[in-house]
Every structure is written in C-alpha cells, then in structure tokens.
Design a protein around this ligand. Structure first.
Ligand SMILES: [Zn+2]
Ligand SMILES: [Zn+2]
Length: 260
C-alpha cells in the first residue's frame, strides 16, 4: 500500500543553496546543501529517518563533502549516505568512538510524537544506530573550504559541544549557525557543554563584519540577523546576574531561552 512519505521539505535559499528540513519531527532540524562550481557541501545530515542521500542526489551531481556543525545525533543521522566527512577535531572523538549517551534514550527522542504513517517505509527504528567512522578531514578554527568559486570559512564556536563550528560564507554574508543560534531554547546544560565557552563563541560571531542571513540548525528558518546581538546581550545579562554556570536554570528572553 502506498503511503505519503515525503519526509523532507526542500526550500531554495538562492539558486545554489538549499535548506533540507525535517518539519515532521518536533526538533525541526535543518541541513543545508551548498553547490559550488566543483563540489557541493552538505552542512549536517539530519535525523537519519529519511534518506537525505536521495534528496541531495536529486539536487546536484557534484561530489559532496559533508561538514558537521557538531557531533550530536540529530545532525549526523544521514552521514551513512556519504563518504567524505569533515568535522572539527574536538568533536571527532565522538564520531570515531561513539557518543556517551545510551542509544535507547536517543531512540525515544527520535520517535517522540511521530505517527506511523509519517515515517518513511524504509526506516526501521530497531535498526537505528548512531554513525561511527573516521572523518576524512579534522577541521580547526579558520580553515577555508573552496567548493569552486564558493569559499567557506570554519569558525570554531565551542560551548554547545567542544567541537561545534559555524560555517561562514563571507561573499554572501551567510552564517550557518548549527546549534549555537536558533529561535528556541539554546542548550548549555549537559556535561559536555560549557556556558562560558558558549558566551565567548557568541561574542566571536558577533564580531563578523558582514552577515546578511543566519541559517540555524533548528526551528524557524527565517530568523532576524538581530538575534545574534540579542543573544549576546542575554549572555551579558546572565553574567551580570552571576548566573553564567551550569545548573543556573532556564533564562527566558523575548524570542529565545538559554538553558544552563
Ligand atoms: Zn546539538
Ligand atoms: Zn541540534
């Protein structure tokens, strides 16, 4: 029996940039495909419920390099469909040796609220595993990746994870922010996070000269660039109140929260 299973939503950001989103899932994860003259790059690969490899193939025939914003399960689910994977050196240990969380907890989060007829036919939760493998390249701060007339700069932005990166395309003014900035609850409360590093990373990306668009890892795709400064002011406020430490709770602001 045929069932509706269009898991991904593809939105065009410009003629060679796409957002590939998973709106059926409560996490509303975004991955991004950037097509250069020689290579394409996929920033994150999503939850691993649908086959993002097929989506990418339908959009480009250029060789694909996957750039991982950070090694959390909700951004690496489709890594298995690709064979050229980049990750920051400080998160590569998790990719090579596994995440320190029980897979049953992840499976629970993965399936939360999903109805049977929303799940693609070829996905079976009992076969779900978290990607493991050696990266092709271990990235560091200020590395440049040239896709052919399209240059990306790696900005190390630890705090949410030790090897979290933002990807900056200066020419277009795009900043792919992963889980550092989005319109939702920003997380720096579990053991491998670091609120002080998070704050430093927010200050670091606020110093970039030209940003025309923020492209986040979750939730609303259309967020104002002003959010960058608002999050910085929020961290300033938290620090002033002497609450910049893990366990200080959820700090609520106008269009986002910060959970420490
Ligand atoms: Zn994350
Ligand atoms: Zn995430």
């Amino acid at each position: 029996m045929w069932k509706e299973q269009k898991w991904f939503t593809v939105e065009m950001i410009d003629s060679n940039t796409y957002a590939i989103s998973e709106y059926k899932h409560w996490e509303k994860v975004h991955s991004y495909l950037l097509i250069g003259e020689r290579y394409a790059c996929l920033i994150d690969t999503g939850l691993g419920i649908g086959n993002i490899g097929d989506v990418v193939k339908s959009l480009t025939n250029k060789p694909v390099r996957v750039i991982t914003t950070h090694f959390h399960w909700d951004h690496v689910g489709g890594h298995k469909f690709f064979n050229n994977i980049y990750i920051h050196q400080n998160d590569s240990n998790w990719m090579e040796n596994g995440l320190p969380i029980p897979v049953k907890d992840i499976k629970q989060k993965l399936m939360k609220g999903l109805l049977q007829d929303q799940i693609p036919n070829d996905f079976n939760i009992s076969n779900y595993t978290i990607y493991k493998g050696k990266p092709n390249i271990k990235l560091k701060d200020d590395d440049y990746i040239d896709l052919g007339k399209r240059v990306l700069r790696i900005i190390h932005t630890p705090g949410h994870s030790p090897g979290h990166i933002c990807i900056y395309e200066e020419e277009k003014g795009y900043l792919f922010t992963g889980d550092l900035i989005y319109s939702g609850t920003l997380y720096a409360f579990y053991p491998s996070t670091n609120p002080i590093h998070f704050y430093d990373s927010i200050v670091k990306i606020n110093s970039l000269q030209k940003i025309s668009r923020l492209l986040p890892g979750h939730y609303n795709l259309d967020i104002p660039v002003k959010l960058l400064e608002k999050v910085k002011l929020a961290f300033e406020d938290i620090e002033k109140r002497k609450k910049l430490f893990q366990g200080s709770g959820t700090h609520i602001y106008e269009s986002f929260k910060i959970k420490l």
